[in-house]
Design a binder for this molecule. Structure first.
Ligand code: TRP
Length: 330
């Protein structure tokens, strides 16, 4: 990796398969930028424990699943370093130092923390859950990342990371980098059911790992314009999920489809077939790439990636301790 490139740090909690919402929200950006930037991708397994703290038998499976999804999507392990959060103890050390000057009220008012707490039905938040944005600031800043490609729900966390870095640099020494957020072309992809967001837990997602037939079955069953009963009835693309997906995944034909739908010249089944074909065209190369990586190959990528990430984290922590004056015995 040539010196002098700016860095990217981004990642996900391993809580299940990645879907098209992840792809257009941030994964496509990560693939696109991995040559221009020195890229690090964190599998945030400790952060996953903030909501799944009971012994989770799926954790290992999910770590391998998400790594397979990254590789399938086009993350190249020769360009991007994929690593496991729990295996970098310095991240947790830095989190502790940041927590000394981060206010509880700021965390309690974080809109994403609030939404997630409500989703999980937490009436009282655990210390770890409330504090996960602090740990995320450590994830990012220990790599001195300049850019963080994520979905739009992560914006408040990157904002906090910027504030924490600024505060640290001010209090001690300017050794850390203020990160910028980068949100994808489609910050929020609606779900197959027309709900505001595609999400595994809402059961309205097309996964990167779906087969061609699964994709077709899901799209076949998607809600279209309820006012349209006969093929020749004029349609209302603005209320139709399938049309919305055409705009995202089939922009070249979306204008024509909109016109044909409004005039009753294209039926929903035909329109869905076109969309399914287009999405499968996007997923097909992913299916082929996925085949190239078996369990051992993924394990090796994670081992090597974590080793490399650890070296970077060790270097930054040495600077942090020196800046804070807690390197007494050096
Ligand atoms: N909070 C992110 C999510 O839920 C995952 C994450 C953890 C992350 N650490 C990160 C994202 C650092 C970007 C940078 O998807």
């Amino acid at each position: 990796m040539p010196e002098g490139k700016k860095r990217i740090l981004t990642g996900d909690r391993p809580t299940g398969s990645l879907h098209l919402g992840h792809y257009v929200g941030s994964l496509a950006n990560r693939v696109k930028l991995q040559e221009e930037y020195e890229s690090y991708i964190i599998i945030a397994d400790v952060q996953a424990l903030t909501t799944h703290w009971e012994k989770d038998d799926n954790l290992k499976r999910d770590v391998f699943q998400i790594t397979g999804d990254y590789l399938a999507a086009g993350i190249d392990p020769g360009l991007s370093t994929i690593f496991i959060q729990s295996m970098i103890p310095e991240i947790h050390e830095l989190t502790m130092y940041y927590s000394m000057f981060t206010s509880v009220n700021v965390l309690r008012h974080n809109p994403t923390v609030k939404t997630e707490a409500a989703q999980h039905g937490f009436s009282d938040m655990t210390y770890g859950f409330l504090g996960y944005p602090v740990s995320q600031a450590a994830d990012i800043s220990i790599f001195k990342a300049h850019l963080v490609p994520v979905g739009e729900d992560q914006i408040p966390h990157i904002e906090l990371a910027r504030k924490i870095v600024r505060r640290f640099n001010d209090l001690y020494k300017p050794v850390l980098v203020e990160p910028e957020v980068l949100v994808g072309d489609v910050p929020r992809l609606i779900g197959l059911d027309g709900k505001a967001k595609m999400s595994k837990s809402l059961n309205n997602a097309i996964f990167l790992a779906d087969t061609a037939d699964e994709v077709w079955q899901k799209i076949r069953n998607a809600v279209t314009d309820p006012a349209r009963i006969h093929k020749t009835d004029p349609g209302h693309p603005e209320v139709c999920t399938v049309y919305e997906y055409h705009r995202v995944f089939n922009p070249e034909e979306a204008g024509e489809i909109e016109d044909d739908c409004r005039h009753g010249h294209i039926g929903c089944v035909n329109c869905k077939k076109k969309l399914s074909g287009k999405i499968n065209q996007l997923l097909e190369p992913m299916r082929e790439r996925r085949e190239k990586y078996d369990y051992e190959a993924i394990r090796e990528i994670l081992l090597e990636g974590t080793k490399k990430a650890h070296r970077v984290a060790l270097d930054t922590m040495a600077e942090v301790r020196e800046a804070m004056g807690i390197n007494y015995l050096d």
